[in-house]
Design a protein around this ligand. Structure first.
Ligand code: IDP
Length: 149
């Protein structure tokens, strides 16, 4: 099964959206295998967003991500990385489809509520930045026999 890294950003936590976001992934059938609320240290924010280090928006992005607690999660399921990206929606909430999390709950690209890994390779890398193997819990959901063919 695939695993993906998801993070409710500080605006999402402050706006009380963590529960709604968890509910959407749970209802989809994905399985929560790790979670924690955390103020991210600078070195992990830099590592997380290393591809954007030279972008003009990086200082603002770093300040935003460090402005309050983030809710970090690992979700597991068939095709989890791509499924979650579709549920999260386009980076710019103004262009994100209605029904997606960013489409329903955000307006500004600089305050887009949630992060999700964009490829299986990113998921492995990002999981490794934020979670130890022993932080993740393997178990069966009781509905798995009816969720999957
Ligand atoms: P993603 O979060 O949809 O994967 P990326 O292009 O990887 O999108 O950008 C990472 C994050 O950087 C975005 O979610 C957003 O918070 C921020 N970001 C990207 N582009 C801009 C911008 O033009 N202005 C402000 N923030 C931006």
């Amino acid at each position: 099964m695939d695993r993906t890294f998801v993070m409710v950003k500080p605006d999402g936590v402050q706006r009380g959206l963590a529960g709604e976001i968890i509910s959407r992934f749970e209802a989809k059938g994905l399985k929560l295998v790790g979670a924690k609320l955390e103020l991210l240290p600078e070195e992990r924010v830099v590592e997380q967003y290393r591809e954007h280090l030279e972008k003009p928006f990086f200082p603002g992005l770093k300040a935003y991500i460090m402005s309050g607690p983030c809710f970090l999660m690992v979700w597991e399921g068939k095709g989890a990385v791509a499924v979650v990206r579709r549920m999260v929606g386009a980076t710019n909430p103004a262009e994100a489809a209605p029904g997606s999390i960013r489409g329903d709950f955000a307006l500004d690209i600089g305050r887009n509520v949630i992060h999700a890994s964009d490829s299986p390779e990113s998921a492995v890398r990002e999981l490794g930045i934020h979670f130890e193997a022993e932080d993740l819990v393997g178990y069966s959901r009781i509905d798995e026999p009816v969720l999957y063919e």
